[in-house]
Design a protein around this ligand. Structure first.
Ligand code: ADP
Ligand code: ZN
Ligand code: ZN
Length: 729
């Protein structure tokens, strides 16, 4: 039995007291069990003949919640696998996988309450009993007239006070109450609209994945934005539905990809279940039930949807597989939904398709090792040339308000040609720093090792790490001199462009805008209609939305990603540049991309410019190999935080000591304070565990973690193990 506790084990229970002939609960079924002095929802993982404990020490299951398992075999196996791989208590993996309401005992199938006459109840009704209680008698008669059974809704129609009458009858054994599963008939999956004729490359991709449809196989579908990947997903979904199979589609952030959901809805008349983090508990339960019952044949969702129950799973798609949001990097269970999708496909013997314009180095490594098959879409439908990338050397170009003269001239040129322009800067707010030019004071966050960002329009100072929020001071709190914002954020760039290009309509797209206006619709509408000519934005602009008239992209600052303590920073930078560049030029209008940098000789930028994303990944993989970083080694991070630096570091130091002499092919690195050690008032540190061999790493963790848990300092610090950490800080 898996129970939601921090203990790394399963628990044995006796079968519940059951009426003669009733079936025992099956694996995947939820049950109520006594746990200490509490009553918890547990999940049956296995049914065994015997236990290591003597029978007198075992307690029976109190109640079986699911007649049919809540999780089918492949989902259950995935949970077991995740618990082992992420070294996490299986009960807590389940807790992360199941909707909250199911963890609290809600029915897995939509149910209705049904009341029925028992044998003695029928006799009593026929005999006109109970004579002295007319309301009870009327209820029995009503049931008799309905063939002996009725649902709660009908009974309420009979009498609003029916429950008062039903209770004593139930106690006398004349009535029985039951929760009966509502049978949801699967609706026929239908294609609403036929798609376009596929290009040869698309057709080839569809055929190769479809040919593998009865077994596990992993594919990388590589193609720039607009090259027709989604069309391939749609065709393969159509193919799976036609075979009576269900399809799971994982996407990075649903809020930013509404058009993907829209395209599935437009294409298929089949019901779609959408699972994402912004759902309420009951919405999530409803979507989960639709998938569980088999009514929804397509499940589209973010990260946690990888655990969704699906009847007859036939295909898994992971769109934008490189996206970091597939990795859960907070909380208890830190998993990669992309990696789990591949594992689930293997367990379910179905193909998995990973799509991206900029595949992760891990995935490319799997391609090189022949574990994944690479399928490429090289052309955009109806277009011949990829956008042209050029660097602007900031050391020799005049620059004003963050925008260089060559960039300004290019913007003028593209605007004059009637086109639209995108300015990319991965920093929201007006300026990242507020400085006193007299005494050198810089507005700091009290709770983080970070500066506060100036938000001029809102007249606030905000911390982008902990959310701290304060009024914008006019004078230096230290010396009383005037303060001034230093550096550029999107808000400032928008203002600067407004001053430089009066009369040109400019829109901005970042988290502040989206939060304030409620959604992206307005920005998208103004860009699509052509009313807005310049779009200033952060990472958000890399996703979705196609603006065919956009021909110039300017990347204002590429340098943040070049020199970082995180070995994955260059990969992220290259992906961002390629994704942003992908916004430029559609149809027959060629695109131009300008990248401002102070390091035009940087090998990463050079390889990216000369040989594109392929060139970059070749160089980056070689670098990873030399440094023995993933994917050429396996990593786990033990992360800790505490009220003091010493609390966090002290725990990790003891944890390291507990490891004794590690195996030869395994290295312990650290502990070291995080690059930004103080965040939201807590100090963060980490200890890295690295090995060339995955098995060695996991065997080590198996032996070591129980010792770590047993440390006294483990109780004081907050800590978590992160297997395959994505961000090192
Ligand atoms: P991606 O998912 O790679 O960004 P999409 O599948 O969204 O690409 O395709 C981009 C655009 O091209 C969409 O408007 C789509 O309808 C269209 N498209 C895709 N495949 C074809 C095709 N074979 N013929 C014509 N148009 C296509
Ligand atoms: Zn000052
Ligand atoms: Zn802060």
């Amino acid at each position: 039995m898996a129970v939601d506790t921090p203990l790394r084990r399963l628990f044995d229970y006796l079968p519940p007291a059951m009426p003669e002939g009733a079936a025992e609960p099956k694996p995947g079924a939820r049950v109520w069990v006594p746990f200490g002095r509490r009553r918890l929802v547990g999940m049956v993982m296995d049914v065994a003949d015997r236990s290591d404990l003597p029978p007198e020490r075992l307690k029976p299951i109190l109640e079986v919640l699911d007649a049919a398992p809540a999780l089918e075999a492949s989902a259950l196996e995935l949970i077991r696998w995740a618990a082992e791989y992420y070294h996490h208590p299986v009960g807590q993996v389940l807790a992360a996988a199941l909707p909250a309401l199911l963890r609290r005992g809600a029915g897995v199938a939509a149910t209705e309450e049904r009341w029925a006459l028992t044998g003695s109840g029928s006799d009593a009704a026929a005999a006109g009993e109970p004579r002295r209680a007319p309301r009870q008698r009327a209820l029995l008669e009503f049931l008799l007239s309905r063939g002996g059974t009725a649902v709660a809704g009908d009974l309420a129609g009979h009498s609003p006070l029916w429950r008062d009458a039903a209770r004593p009858l139930e106690q006398r054994g004349w009535l029985a109450r039951a929760e009966v599963a509502l049978v949801e008939a699967p609706e026929p999956a239908q294609v609403r609209a036929a798609g376009p004729t596929l290009l040869p490359e698309q057709r080839d991709a569809v055929e190769r994945v479809a040919a593998a449809s009865r077994a596990y196989a992993a594919f990388l579908l590589e193609g720039v934005t607009g090259s027709g990947k989604t069309e391939v997903y749609l065709r393969l979904t159509e193919e799976a539905l036609a075979r009576g199979r269900a399809v799971l589609v994982l996407v990075p952030e649903i809020g930013l990809t509404p058009q993907l959901v829209g395209r599935f809805r437009e294409r298929f008349a089949a019901p779609l279940a959408v699972l994402h983090s912004a759902l309420t508990d009951s919405e999530r339960l409803a979507a989960w039930r639709a998938a569980w019952s088999g009514r929804a044949r397509i499940v589209l969702g973010t990260r946690s949807a990888v655990f969704a129950p699906l009847q007859d799973l036939g295909l898994i798609v992971v769109d934008e597989e490189h996206d970091p949001s597939f990795k859960q990097h907070e909380g208890a269970l830190r998993y990669s939904a992309r990696d789990l999708a591949v594992v689930r496909a293997r367990h379910a013997s179905v193909p998995v398709l990973l799509g991206s314009a900029t595949p992760s180095l891990e995935t490319l490594h799997n391609v090189a090792a022949s574990r994944y098959t690479r399928l490429r879409l090289l052309r955009r439908p109806g277009e011949s040339r990829p956008p042209l990338l050029k660097l602007i050397d900031l050391r020799v170009s005049a620059i004003e308000a963050g925008i260089s003269t060559p960039a300004v001239l290019a913007i003028e040129r593209h605007l004059a040609a009637g086109a639209q322009v995108l300015i990319f800067l991965n920093r929201r707010g007006f300026a990242p720093t507020l400085l006193c030019t007299a005494c050198g004071w810089i507005a700091p966050c009290r709770d983080c090792d970070a500066r506060l960002t100036v938000h001029l329009a809102a007249a606030r100072l905000r911390c982008h790490h902990c959310g701290a929020d304060a009024p914008l001071p006019e004078r230096c709190p230290q010396c009383g001199f005037a303060v001034k914002p230093v550096g550029q954020g999107t808000e400032r760039i928008e203002a600067a462009l407004g001053a430089r290009f009066p009369g040109v309509s400019i829109v901005r797209l970042d988290r502040d805008v989206v939060r304030r206006r409620g959604d992206l619709d307005e920005v998208v509408r103004r860009m699509s209609s052509g009313e807005a000519r310049i779009l200033v934005g952060t990472q958000m602009v890399t996703k979705g939305h196609d603006f065919p008239n956009l021909t110039l992209v300017v990347v204002l600052n590429a340098d943040q990603g070049l020199f970082s303590s995180d070995f994955r920073a260059p990969e992220r930078l290259a992906q961002t540049i390629v994704q942003v560049a992908g916004r430029a030029g559609r149809g027959n209008k060629p695109g131009e991309v300008l990248i401002q940098t102070e390091f035009p000789q940087h090998p990463l930028l050079v390889s990216l410019l000369e040989r594109g994303y392929d060139g970059f990944t070749d160089a980056a993989l070689e670098e990873r190999l030399q440094a023995s970083w993933p994917p050429f080694s396996r990593l786990a991070a033990l992360r800790a935080s505490g009220k003091t630096r010493e609390a966090a570091l002290g725990f990790l130091t003891e944890a390291r000591a507990a490891a004794g002499a590690p195996p030869r092919v395994l290295k312990l690195l650290g502990p070291v304070p995080a690059a930004m050690a103080k965040r939201a008032g807590r100090y963060h540190a980490q200890l890295l565990i690295e090995s060339r061999e995955r098995r060695v790493l996991h065997r080590f963790l198996d032996g070591w973690l129980p010792q770590v848990e047993a440390l006294k300092s483990a109780q004081r610090a907050r800590w978590a193990l992160d297997v395959d950490p994505l961000e090192l800080f």
